[in-house]
Design a binder for this molecule. Structure first.
Ligand SMILES: NC(=O)c1ccc[n+]([C@@H]2O[C@H](COP(=O)([O-])OP(=O)(O)OC[C@H]3O[C@@H](n4cnc5c(N)ncnc54)[C@H](OP(=O)(O)O)[C@@H]3O)[C@@H](O)[C@H]2O)c1
Length: 334
């Protein structure tokens, strides 16, 4: 009888995330009811938002003490009591941090097969939430035009690496904001960014201003806080801010907003638009066709950050929040 390893929430964090928040436990094997499918997690996705869910309800229910830690995974069907799913099928599922989960069929999304010559993990990366978020956030909310200046924060992360490259494909001048000289160098050397600015450097605001001599037309905001503030002060009239997330505030007990809201929104006639990737679900086929053609042509390079071993989930999430990752971070379970 296989065991079902689980990470439970021992207690909810009140400050920075620490490993003791999670408790490793051997859970029962789930029983499968009619209409449900038993799946086994293969790769568990790590997302900055995992931490935000611990503060309360967002676009999904809050994570609660005693529960299995929430999270999405690429999983394999082990047993099916629902039409349309058979053992061996690959699905995207909200398994949580555990080996096995029994999930209602309507909550599963079939994945695959992998495209020829591409790793299977691309299905939960560039063809999954990261790719679709970058695509819709930039193109629908940002509305970039060729020749405009686009700035992206958390630019070396899973969403950010893709946003910058898509903006380049659309003919924009692209500046990435990331933590540390090494990541900034990677953005210009490997991912085609025109310039990169280190938000951890003491002269960040000056360096940002110097990097955008014509001002910012589109800012893709993954972080909020003081980086958002610095960008707002450099926005051009009628600029667009795509509000994707606020990772600078997820692991902080006292989040604070930027100066310039609403003053700069008024005087510069800015549009700030928040979005959640599911808002654009009906357009997924078009987005996926574009993303796969850009990957195939080599215009879009995909970065993966795969951590091996279920037991490393807590450290991998803590590391993601500290900026250890480049590209899409996930944990390989089996
Ligand atoms: N709206 C949606 O539908 C949607 C969907 C998916 C993701 N998102 C959002 O997209 C953003 C990126 O998420 P992700 O899961 O792809 O993670 P990620 O960008 O791969 O990783 C998070 C990155 O955030 C950066 N970071 C951490 N603390 C920071 C701080 N205080 N200030 C600035 N940057 C900081 C780190 O890079 P550095 O080394 O550069 O600090 C880290 O690598 C998040 O805000 C997330 O909520 C939104």
């Amino acid at each position: 009888m296989p065991t079902n390893r689980q990470f439970l929430i021992d207690h909810l964090p009140t400050g920075k995330l620490t490993p003791d928040v999670f408790k490793l436990s051997d859970g029962p094997m789930p029983s499968v009811a009619d209409g449900e499918v038993l799946v086994r997690a293969r790769y568990i996705s790590l997302d900055a938002a995992n931490r935000a869910w611990m503060w309360g309800a967002t676009y999904r229910a809050a994570v609660k003490q005693g529960e299995v830690m929430a999270g999405g995974a690429m999983a394999e069907v082990v047993e099916s009591k629902a039409p349309g799913f058979a053992p061996g099928d690959l699905v995207w599922a909200e398994t949580g941090w555990q080996d096995y989960a029994a999930i209602k069929a309507e909550h599963l999304e079939k994945l695959g097969p992998a495209k020829a010559g591409q790793p299977i993990t691309y299905l939960m990366n560039v063809y999954g939430i990261a790719g679709l978020t970058a695509y819709f956030g930039l193109l629908e909310c940002g509305q970039p035009k060729a020749g405009e200046t686009v700035v992206v924060s958390a630019a070396a992360g899973s969403v950010g690496t893709l946003v910058g490259q898509i903006a380049k494909i659309k003919g924009c001048r692209v500046i990435g904001i990331a933590g540390g000289a090494e990541k900034c160098e990677l953005l210009t050397r490997e991912l085609g960014y025109d310039a990169a600015v280190d938000y951890k450097a003491p002269e960040f605001t000056k360096a940002l201003r110097a990097a955008v001599p014509k001002g910012i037309d589109v800012y893709f905001d993954n972080v909020g806080g003081r980086v958002l503030e610095a960008c707002l002060f450099n926005m051009n009239n009628h600029g667009r801010v795509a509000c994707c997330g606020a990772v600078s505030q997820y692991d902080e007990p006292s989040a604070h907003g930027p100066r310039g809201v609403p003053g700069l929104i008024v005087t510069k006639r800015l549009t700030m638009r928040g979005f959640v990737v599911m808002d654009f679900e009906a357009q997924n086929p078009n987005a996926l066709a574009d993303l796969s053609s850009w990957v195939a042509s080599g215009q879009l390079r995909v970065r993966e950050d795969i951590v091996d071993g279920f037991e490393n989930l807590p450290a991998a999430l803590i590391g993601l929040l500290a900026g250890d990752n480049v590209g899409k971070r996930m944990v390989k379970v089996v």
